[in-house]
Design a binder for this molecule. Structure first.
Ligand SMILES: [Fe+2]
Length: 215
């Protein structure tokens, strides 16, 4: 089961402000609301965490109390959580988990090997009043035969829980057999464009992705 979210709305808003998510996400007016296609579902794993780190905030690249940040290329991912009618879903819980830069999942059993102990592995963002969320993490890397990907679970009282994965643009096609989506059009809808993150750490990347949840 998912860990109870322990980050406050104030913390979520502080992160969003710090990362400039508000500046890069346009907010639709009433006239712009229209039916949206729900975000495609994708396989939950492997792996959903079987235990959770003490720090589950939305900055996966920095564990509270540790001097060093995570290894890997920083990625600022932000966007909105919307209903199919285009309205925001404030308070939506966005869970993100991924392997570290060495290809290791931290919070599962049976994933041995060297790990980056400065990577959080799992984190939670809570959408603000406009449905905006933001994560600071690392660009996903491939492990085994699997292409780079991020795992998500999104939940909200007025929507169906969504479990899915996102891929850097063009990289979903590399996914190995047996892991879900085979339709190219569907895969393409789970890809995000990566660009340099202006004003951030040297080499950091930024991406935006809006999730749409079914009622
Ligand atoms: Fe995975």
């Amino acid at each position: 089961m998912a860990a109870r979210c322990r980050i406050s709305r104030r913390t979520a808003l502080r992160h969003l402000a710090a990362w400039g998510a508000a500046a890069c996400v346009p907010l639709p007016g009433r006239a712009q609301k229209a039916a949206l296609e729900p975000t495609p579902r994708d396989a939950e794993g492997p792996f959903y965490p079987v235990r959770f780190p003490p720090d589950i905030d939305s900055d996966l690249a920095q564990i509270q109390g540790r001097a060093k940040g995570a290894r890997g290329t920083l990625l600022y991912l932000s966007g909105r959580v919307l209903a199919v009618d285009g309205t925001a879903l404030p308070g939506a819980k966005v869970e993100l988990w991924q392997c570290d830069s060495l290809g290791r999942y931290h919070h599962v059993d049976g994933d041995p090997g060297e790990r980056d102990e400065d990577f959080q592995g799992y984190g939670v963002a809570v959408a603000d009043a406009e449905g905006r969320y933001g994560f600071r993490t690392i660009r996903p890397v491939r492990y085994g035969a699997r292409p780079p990907h991020l795992h998500f679970r999104l939940s909200h009282a007025k929507a169906r829980t969504l479990t899915t994965q996102l891929y850097p643009r063009g990289e979903s096609a590399e996914r190995s057999a047996g892991f879900g989506l085979s339709d190219r059009g569907t895969r393409a809808r789970l890809e995000f464009e990566v660009a340099n993150a202006a004003g951030r750490e040297s080499g950091a990347l930024a991406a935006r992705y809006d999730f749409v949840l079914q009622n």
